[in-house]
Design a protein around this ligand. Structure first.
Ligand code: NAD
Length: 478
């Protein structure tokens, strides 16, 4: 049930008739019911938003880090004060348990607070005479207007990961949330109107065409996208026309490498819990478990039991661990992956199909007897489906883990220190966890290798991402 107010000037501005075939419709994935429908911004509206941002940049780009930090801290406080409204909007629109959405909102406020602090410090080199007779120094300047495009799985969190460092660094923003889950971002943009100066944060709603208009706009200096690999390639290609910077957080296919010396019961329980969090619609979800031969039977039994015990339910079910997937289309996509894996000879250890209830629920599904080059091992499902593979040596574990196009996150489960050091070095992923999975620290960078994209979110690196460095050189007096 949605209790958050879907009202206010921005809702009025964007609202459309759900029957209008050109509108984007936000659903409740737990029931399939329509929550609201919104107009897709035209290229003209995107242009107007970029103009407002350009105008606002004249003033915002000159504010001090301390002034910007104060406003970000106010935003964090306001967000927390009405956090329950945000959590309810997020959970009903994405179909995630309310408890998870509440955790995310608290976390989102911390992202704002971290970036408020991070922009007030700099790790640039010291000014000095690097060439005789000249003094050099560097400046870190904002880029100008940046375009931020977010996906549907963690809508507000993804928006915070981008807009907090972008604003902290002194840029102005045009933000486009996913057409499937705009509610929490709309609420945030409405809240931000009371805190930020006009034009600093601009919202445009719409689908891929609206996003493409933002990418094409010549006055946008950087585009940051979180989305699918195919979308990332389109964005990188389109951005080349204006040579704007591109930051891409794309898909993942995270391996979890379980060695026989790991505490197997703990590994099984934690990998089950994290593998199906947010119904597996998490780019870092441990969806490829690779187990050392000698531990395979014991681990697989414990893991299967743990997964079978995960409760699936709607957002209001206090005990549910995961909810529906985002849409009928996504549900059919997940079913297609499982069907094709079966026909390729895989076995289904747990789950395997839709849940017989209204809404877009798919069972937590564990698939075994797969080969490295199978589609189910190579392609991101982005749903509640995990494969288990068996390997007989460290080298084979590593080759399997690195043997995909993605490189976002991985975990290693072992008590052997030398092996930990080797694997954390040689795994080609932007985050490598040891004896845990899916724990984030806002102080640490997050981003992919390979086709998982490039650029870093979170940490002080994110402030750098939204800045440009200038060298100033002064001729010294004779
Ligand atoms: P998507 O690529 O379909 O859409 C992402 C956003 O891009 C949406 O706002 C969409 O409207 C917009 N878009 C679509 N086409 C566009 C175009 N041509 N130009 C500009 N914008 C365009 O992705 P999704 O289905 O919303 O999200 C799921 C994907 O996101 C998964 O692949 C997942 O792995 C990835 N993801 C990655 C991370 C990460 O941090 N690496 C985090 C969350 C999700």
């Amino acid at each position: 049930m949605l209790t958050a107010p879907l009202a206010g000037p921005l809702f009025d501005h964007w609202r459309a008739d759900p029957e209008d075939g050109t509108a984007s419709v936000a659903h409740d994935p737990a029931t399939g019911e329509v929550l609201a429908a919104f107009r897709n911004a035209t290229p003209g509206e995107v242009g107007a938003a970029v103009e407002r941002a350009t105008e606002a940049f004249r003033m915002w780009g000159r504010t001090t880090p301390a002034e910007r930090a104060a406003l970000l801290l106010t935003l964090a406080d306001r967000l927390e004060a009405v956090g329950e409204d945000f959590a309810r909007a997020e959970s009903v629109n994405v179909g995630k348990p309310l408890s998870l959405a509440r955790e995310e909102i608290a976390y989102d406020a911390d992202v704002l607070r971290f970036m408020a602090g991070a922009t007030r410090t700099s790790h640039a080199g010291a000014a000095g005479e690097y060439v005789a007779g000249s003094t050099s120094m560097t400046r870190r300047d904002p880029l100008g207007v940046v375009g931020l495009i977010t996906p549907w799985n963690y809508p507000l969190m993804e928006a915070m990961w981008k807009l907090a460092p972008a604003l902290a660094a002194g840029n102005t923003v045009v933000l486009k949330p996913s057409e499937l889950t705009p509610l929490s971002t709309l609420l945030f943009a409405q809240l931000a109107r009371e805190v930020l100066p006009d034009g600093v944060l601009n919202l445009v709603l719409g689908d891929g065409a609206t996003g493409a208009a933002l990418v094409a706009h010549p006055a946008v200096r950087l585009v940051s996208l979180t989305g699918d690999v195919a979308t990332g390639k389109k964005v990188a290609s389109a951005a080349s026309a204006t040579l704007k910077r591109v930051h891409l957080e794309l898909g993942g296919k995270a391996p979890a490498l379980v060695f026989a010396d790991a505490p197997l019961e703990t590994a099984a329980a934690e990998l089950a819990a994290t593998g199906f969090l947010n119904a597996g619609q998490d780019c870092t979800a441990p969806c490829r478990v690779i187990v050392e031969d000698t531990a395979y039977d014991a681990f697989t039994e414990a893991y299967g039991k743990a997964v079978a015990g995960l409760r699936c339910g709607g957002p209001e079910d206090e005990l549910s661990h995961f909810g529906p997937v985002i849409s009928e289309r996504q549900l059919e996509r997940v079913e297609g992956f499982v069907r094709r894996a079966r026909s390729a000879g895989a076995s289904v250890l747990v789950g395997g199909g839709r849940v017989d209830r209204p809404g877009w629920f798919h069972e937590a599904t564990v698939i075994t007897d797969v080969r490295q080059d199978d589609e189910i091992v190579q392609s991101e499902v982005f749903g509640p489906v995990v494969t288990i593979q068996r390997a007989s040596s460290d080298d084979e574990m590593l080759a399997m883990a690195n043997g995909v196009d993605y490189g976002l996150a991985a975990s290693v489960w072992t008590t052997d220190v030398a092996r930990s050091l080797r694997f954390t070095r040689e795994l080609a992923f932007g985050t490598v966890w040891l004896n845990q999975h899916l724990v984030l620290a806002n102080e640490m960078p997050f981003g992919g290798f390979g086709q998982s994209g490039y650029g870093k979110e979170l940490s002080a690196h994110a402030i750098d991402e939204y800045s440009q460095v200038k060298h100033i050189m002064l001729k010294a007096a004779a």
